[in-house]
Design a protein. Sequence first.
Length: 168
Amino acid sequence: MANEATLVIIKPDGLKKSLTGNILSRLAETRLKIIASRVLQVDEKLAVRHYEHLKNEPFFPDLIKYIMGDMHGENRVMALIYFGPDAISKVRQIAGVTNPEKADPVSVRGAYGRILTTGLFENVMHASSSPDEAEREIKLWFEPEEIAYELYPYQETILNAYKKKVWK
Ligand code: IDP
Ligand code: MG
């Protein structure tokens, strides 16, 4: 079993329903390592890039609103990277399948997800579904310095006139 990295996002409904601890406990069963985590507000640009493979789906506008927190008055998500043998399928197993009605009731999506009247699957957590997808997503959500492991090649660069927030 090769070591893999996978991106987990606890979506706004997961935070709103105070499920963070519960989901992290479930994921601990995998014995995978957390190598990065952050709590953030998702802006439209990140939302659209994350879900760009679904841009032609009828539920896309709702999906963007959902991940940005517009449906829950809760604009935080928690993003984590799990790393270890077979990480992608182990985490998907705990997440459950995409449709919460079809997901194993013991999985996170089966236990806590629901289908909205609009048809959108509100399914509590995201988990990458292949190594290529994991790499693409991890590079969207994390900078090299935010990850406690050298996952992918990076280069060092000097940025001039780069706008950045620093503590006063
Ligand atoms: P995944 O999250 O299980 O990998 P994707 O196909 O990548 O599934 O879809 C991303 C998200 O879009 C899902 O988690 C779910 O919130 C939503 N979604 C996907 N397919 C449907 C659908 O057929 N109807 C409604 N919502 C969907
Ligand atoms: Mg997916």
